[in-house]
Design a binder for this molecule. Structure first.
Ligand code: DGJ
Length: 728
């Protein structure tokens, strides 16, 4: 069905497999939002809108004599500005005449096959075989001659609707955007909802917070120049009774890596408005006559099947429609070892080869040379920007080093932090004007480095040339793209004074251009994103990188929370997870079980491991390979909440055909003479019989899901268990 326009009622309804979304061109040609939720069989829900005289809520001038129509009380697809709607705004624009006003009336609209694309920003895409339709509605302000173009793509099978916004200036004078949101969703009855978000900090990214909606504006945002460790551009609105398995949940995932804002406002009439988009902080964007400004995309999902149901919608969609890299579906990710926690910056070519040789015994397939291989880089005070090999460390040269690793039968990976510069670097000495600094003021340093002005084309071109030269010089299989500070000193030397309000956004546009020119031109390289651990872990970044480093915190018990929180929207297939030395009391087997919650690898000095430990690692690498199709492609279930008091954390992966599953448990707390613990599985066929751990148990899916498996008692601290279930 896709998208249906009902000419009689002037409603437009978007249908996915299990959801409907309805809007109506109504009074005075305003575009009203009527519904988003389970499939709708009725053609017209306009009866939902009740009009009556509302005190202290204005009526638009055009409805003279009509006192019951107030935009302050009408659910809108994209709210107006200065038309008597006092709720949080979708748009704040300064028109050519200096007025702050926008009153968009629905004019033309079109329904077409396929997915829209944005020219300057990454978007999800349709695959062959996906049923996708696009609606484009233009809201025109006839006074200022400004169009707001609303874009909707409906992914029928995936139960996903994407939205984006473009602003076109058809007038004669420039306009200035001060706030422009990508989505505005008005719930007529918004009471009884919770807002779930993923706040955190360095080392503790994407913890989970759930708060009841009360009568104010709840704000989730980042103003750090990037989507940040502190907040993630993803929020959920759900029934306050919603659990993992039951209840209505709405997800909003923003495809943007810069400053973002999500606002959820419960208003005076218990209506709820959700807006999300680029953060207005230091944002003033000029749109000249004839120009169009693009806002990032928001990926929306709805389910009645609780938070797990919502996560599954995002996992499935982001595994297939977000990143075009062949490592997403065609090529299995290698088990890697990363040099960072093994040697930090204190290594040379010989040391790397030794690590690779030892790692080979552990079933490792890829050696990653992390920070420290370039320029003058013995600590983090210098060298960034000088993307040429440090001959004192890599004495044999990059080409020969890669050959030595390849001769061991292993692949080679390399680290970059392209967006940054050290003041002690050749690049900075040659181009101090390329660093972001506010004239006349001392720089704000962080890790003693400064951000390059990514809004500049010459900076972008320099990086494209230098990074591509390294990638093309040797047989590089993998790249880790890092960024290790929040942005401050927002100023561009290349822009005039009145354009400085564009720098935050232009940085991100420049970054995407650079990534396109490096990543998309190297389809055979596996890219992993990183930001001092798992900052900037967002959907737009995952458009470029199939995987992202979850956190610098490798402690396996902390990782339980990190993986749990990240999984609310992002699938395990994109979570970089390694075994490291962190967690001295935690057995190696447990570290492996936890790292198998993601892409699995090592972050330690393999040469320090005993032969026994190397053997154990090899077994774990082989297990990851064996379970790869379950972990990377299966459905993921959060079986327990590591933020709640309990004695263990459990999670599960199950293949789509429910023939195979892997249930993992970590004992996090020992109690004397405690009760017997059981873990109940999910996602199995009730009437299928499964062999658990090759015959340890033979049980039906219903027994496994309803009675559960007993967890052995009296085990050492932090013991982990894996239950592999196979249909027989
Ligand atoms: C931060 C990353 O998260 C680490 O894994 C490592 O790559 C360092 N940067 C290197 O500086």
């Amino acid at each position: 069905m896709g998208i249906v326009h009902n000419k009689t009622n002037n409603t437009i309804t978007l249908h996915t497999k299990n959801t409907s979304y309805q809007m109506k061109i109504g009074n005075l040609d305003y575009l009203f939002h009527l519904y988003y939720g389970p499939t709708l069989h009725d053609a017209d829900l306009s009866y939902q809108i009740m009009q009556y005289d509302r005190g202290f809520s204005g009526n638009p001038y055009e409805s003279l004599g009509e006192r019951t129509f107030s935009l302050d009380a009408q659910p809108q697809e994209f709210s107006t500005q200065q038309q008597g709607d006092f709720r949080t705004a979708s748009i704040e624009v300064v028109n050519g005449d200096g007025s702050y006003s926008f009153s968009g009336k629905a004019g033309k609209f079109s329904i077409t096959d396929g997915k829209y694309r944005l020219e300057t920003l990454p978007t999800v895409f349709a695959n062959k075989g996906d049923t996708v339709k696009t609606l484009e509605v233009t809201l025109t302000d006839s006074v200022s001659d400004v169009d707001v173009i609303l874009l909707y793509s409906v992914f029928e099978e995936a139960d996903i609707i994407t939205r984006a916004v473009k602003v076109k200036n058809n007038g004669k004078a420039p306009i200035h955007l001060k706030k422009i949101m990508s989505v505005c969703l008005d719930f007529i009855n918004g009471s009884g909802m919770d807002l779930l978000s993923l706040p955190g900090r360095y080392g503790q990214e994407r913890q989970v917070e759930r708060q009841p909606m009360t009568h104010h504006i709840h704000t989730i945002s980042s103003v750090r120049g990037s989507s940040s460790h502190q907040q993630n551009p993803f929020v959920v609105l759900c029934d306050k009774e919603a659990t993992e398995d039951f209840g209505k949940c709405y997800g909003f995932s923003l495809m943007y890596s810069g400053n973002f804002l999500a606002e959820a406002e419960l208003d005076q009439y218990d209506q709820l408005r959700l807006v999300m988009g680029i953060h207005p902080k230091q944002f003033v964007y000029e749109v000249k006559p004839g120009e169009t400004f693009e806002c990032p995309e928001v990926v929306m999902a709805f389910t009645e099947h609780g938070l797990t149901g919502l996560s599954h919608l995002y996992h499935d969609f982001y595994r297939t429609n977000l990143c075009e890299s062949k490592f997403v579906t065609e090529i299995e990710r290698p088990v890697l070892i990363n040099s960072w926690e093994a040697a930090f910056m204190d290594f040379d070519d010989k040391k790397l080869v030794e690590i690779a040789k030892a790692a080979k015994n552990m079933g490792v397939e890829l050696l990653v040379m992390d920070d420290g291989w370039f320029g003058k880089r013995d600590d983090d005070n210098s060298g960034l920007g000088d993307w040429f090999v440090n001959k004192n460390k890599i004495k044999c040269g990059l080409h020969a080093l890669v050959e030595q690793i390849n001769d061991l039968g292993m692949k080679f990976g390399i680290w970059f932090e392209p967006e940054m510069v050290s003041e002690d670097s050749d690049l900075y000495r040659a181009h101090p004007e390329w660093a972001m600094k506010i004239p006349g003021r001392p720089e704000v340093r962080s890790r003693n480095q400064i951000a390059l002005d990514m809004s500049r084309k010459d900076v972008q071109n320099y990086l494209i040339e230098k990074v591509n030269a390294i990638l093309d010089d040797a047989n590089i299989y993998y790249v880790k793209w890092d960024i290790n500070r929040s942005l401050a000193d927002i100023w561009s030397n290349a822009l005039p004074a009145d354009k400085q309000g564009e720098v935050y956004h232009r940085y991100i546009l420049g970054l995407y251009r650079t990534m396109n020119a490096i990543i998309k031109t190297h389809p055979d390289i596996l890219f992993e994103g990183c930001s001092g651990g798992g900052g900037r872990f967002d959907a737009a970044m995952l458009h470029y990188y199939p995987q992202y480093w979850v956190s610098d915190n490798n402690h396996p018990i902390d990782r339980l929370k990190l993986h749990y929180g990240t999984s609310f929207v992002y699938p395990p297939s994109c979570m970089g997870a390694h075994i490291s030395d962190s967690g001295k009391l935690v057995p190696l087997k447990t570290k492996a079980v936890v790292a198998m919650g993601g892409t699995f690898g090592y972050e330690l000095d393999a040469t320090h491991l005993t032969v026994e430990e190397q053997k154990l690692c090899k077994e774990q690498s082989e297990l990851f390979r064996k379970y790869y199709h379950i972990i990377i492609k299966g459905d993921y279930y959060r079986l327990s909440n590591p933020f709640e008091v309990g004695n263990m954390t459990a999670w599960q992966h199950a293949t789509k055909d429910r023939q195979e599953s892997l249930l993992s448990v970590v004992v996090t707390n020992l109690t004397c003479n405690g009760p017997q613990e059981y873990v109940r599985a999910k996602g199995l066929n009730a009437d299928t019989v499964y062999s658990v751990n090759d015959g340890q148990y033979t049980l039906s899916g219903s027994a496994l899901m309803n009675a559960g498996l007993p967890i052995p008692r009296e085990v050492p601290e932090y013991t982990a268990f894996q239950f592999h279930m196979k249909a027989i």
